[in-house]
Design a protein around this ligand. Structure first.
Ligand code: FAD
Length: 497
């Protein structure tokens, strides 16, 4: 199958680029090795929209961070994704820490960050009463916020697919060759969920025989391998793991602002943050991972995360934790984002080394890459009624007023069937998630779209019901319903009728 543009990787970067380019009259495919979007770094990070004082002035990181932060509220509004402008504190506890705050403030000014101030203890404790009272000062950045990274990623891909982008799931790029100005992309099918699902039935030849004029490498931690396939070995990616502990919603209501410690060589330190969905989260640490997909957690690291976070926030109660997880940072050996047409291979664009603040920067990166592609290929915009840059989602049942709930239940009996009791998710919401443009095909896919399984019992009650609904609507046998990728089927064998 020929495409004008092939994007490799369906994290936030690849998905927002696909959405940005989907307004043009070009044939676009996004190739993703997993069964869903957001299954690597974008699915496991802090979800902070950074103000932009932390990145070194003059770098791409600084430039795209600040403009991405400014774009985020509007983008979230267009994609019906929650964004909360919480503001952030970098907390100092001594003279040395205060000097770091001043340096961060100065680099923020150089980077063009607005609405920043160094504030005193009273201001901090008034806003956040559970911060360690030994705090002396903080850098307050009013424009920082929080977002659900995977919901933003899903909405971006939904939007791209609505505009005609082909999303090739379970398709891993294994080789790239260029001949007569055309890329030939070799792939391997990594699972059978999309070939069995009656909602997809993607033909094998569409995924195995791919040619393209322009390739955009958004493969996260694997971007150096993809670049090497195209003959460009100018950078390496070092995988660095960060581990988190997520707490029950009872804990999330006590905190309003993102709390950072002063940054170190390794990163921004352990943070304490509310999530947009009302939980409390702490993390991440930073350890070099054994391999690029090493997302395991270990008790020693989590213990470190808990102890370090407890130094800034006094109300942490480990008994209120509901899950732990880890994400892999794609740290480049160039120490800055790599966003350029390869010097060794024309029409091959690397968007690589997008470590933190990559989530924040992604909207601005997408616009920048759009301009790069326009300089390589003539693209005409579709007629205004042929595409949209907005996605409308129904209000989650749990967020409806009593009157709205009553009306929804009256008009649709599936709204009355509550599948996830912890998060009050109805059967109708799960079905809608399955039939969305980039629909859920797995238990985790449903979880990320609807929050079924995100609550206190972590799917203990609802997972079998979610599996049944997935099976009924996708036509995938229930014993083939997977948690994440195709090799994670939940049921081992048929035990009784
Ligand atoms: C611990 C941690 C905390 C972070 N916190 C923040 C934060 O608070 N704020 C912020 O702004 N940023 C944060 N970041 C950074 C942010 O998460 C990343 O910059 C962003 O998610 C990168 O998106 P991406 O699309 O480049 O990569 P990814 O989300 O990793 O996506 C890459 C995709 O490429 C696919 N792929 C790889 N190889 C192949 C192949 N051969 N064939 C097909 N597909 C392939 C992968 O499967 C994956 O889906 C954090 C990152 C981590 C790890």
């Amino acid at each position: 199958m020929y495409y004008d543009i092939c994007i490799i990787g369906a994290g936030i970067v690849g998905s927002l680029i696909a959405r940005q380019l989907s307004k043009y009259k070009v044939k676009i495919a996004v190739i993703e090795r997993h069964v869903d979007v957001s299954m690597d770094a974008t699915g496991a990070n802090s979800g902070i929209v950074h103000a932009g004082y932390d990145a070194k002035p003059g770098t791409k990181k600084a430039k795209f961070n600040v403009s991405g932060c400014n774009m985020m509220p509007g983008l979230c509004d267009n994609l019906s994704v929650k964004f909360k402008k919480t503001g952030s504190f970098v907390l100092a506890f001594d003279q040395e820490g205060e000097e770091v705050l001043q340096k961060l403030y100065d680099s923020g000014i150089k980077n063009g960050v607005t609405d920043m101030a160094i504030v005193d203890k009273d201001f901090i404790l008034q806003r956040e009463p559970y911060v360690n009272p030994l705090v002396t000062k903080a850098l307050y950045a009013k424009n920082a916020g929080i977002v659900s990274p995977y919901k933003l990623n899903i909405a971006a891909m939904d939007n791209a697919v609505m505009n005609g982008v082909k999303f090739l799931r379970e398709t891993k790029v294994t080789g790239i060759e260029k001949e007569d100005g055309l890329f030939h992309i070799s792939t391997e099918i990594t699972g059978d969920i999309c070939s069995i699902s009656k909602l997809d039935r993607i033909k094998e030849e569409d995924r195995t025989d791919i040619t393209a004029k322009i390739v955009i490498n958004c493969a996260g931690a694997h971007a150096d391998e993809i670049s090497r396939m195209a003959g460009d070995d100018s950078f390496n990616i070092i995988p660095r793991r960060g581990e988190y502990i997520l707490f029950d919603k009872t804990e999330g209501s006590r905190i309003n602002t993102v709390l950072f410690q002063t940054p170190t060589e390794k990163g921004k330190g352990i943070l304490v943050t509310p999530t947009v969905d009302g939980n409390l989260m702490i993390g991440p640490d930073a350890t070099v991972a054994d391999h690029k997909d090493d997302k395991c957690t270990n008790s020693e690291n989590l213990d470190y995360v808990f102890k370090t976070a407890s130094q800034t926030y006094t109300r942490l109660n480990i008994r209120k934790s509901i899950t732990v997880f880890a994400g892999i940072r794609a740290t480049p050996d160039t120490s800055d984002f790599i966003i350029e047409e390869s010097k060794k291979c024309g029409n091959f664009i690397n968007v690589a080394g997008i470590e933190s603040p990559g989530l924040t920067a992604a909207p601005a990166i997408a616009v920048y890459v759009e301009d790069m592609v326009k300089s390589l290929m003539e693209m005409k915009e579709k007629a205004k009624d042929q595409y949209t840059m907005k996605v409308k989602h129904d209000k989650p049942f749990s967020e409806m007023t009593n009157e709205e709930k009553e009306a929804a239940c009256k008009s649709d009996e599936l709204c009355r069937k509550i599948i996830c009791r912890c998060e009050t998710v109805s059967e109708r919401e799960i079905i809608s998630a399955i039939y969305a443009p980039c629909g859920a095909r797995t238990v985790d896919g449903v979880k990320r779209r609807t929050r079924a399984g995100m609550g206190r019992c972590q799917g203990g009650f609802c997972a079998p019901h979610v599996m049944r609904i997935l099976s009924e609507h996708t036509g995938i046998a229930v014993n083939k319903i997977a948690k994440a990728d195709a090799d994670s089927c939940i049921l081992g064998r048929h035990s009784r009728d």
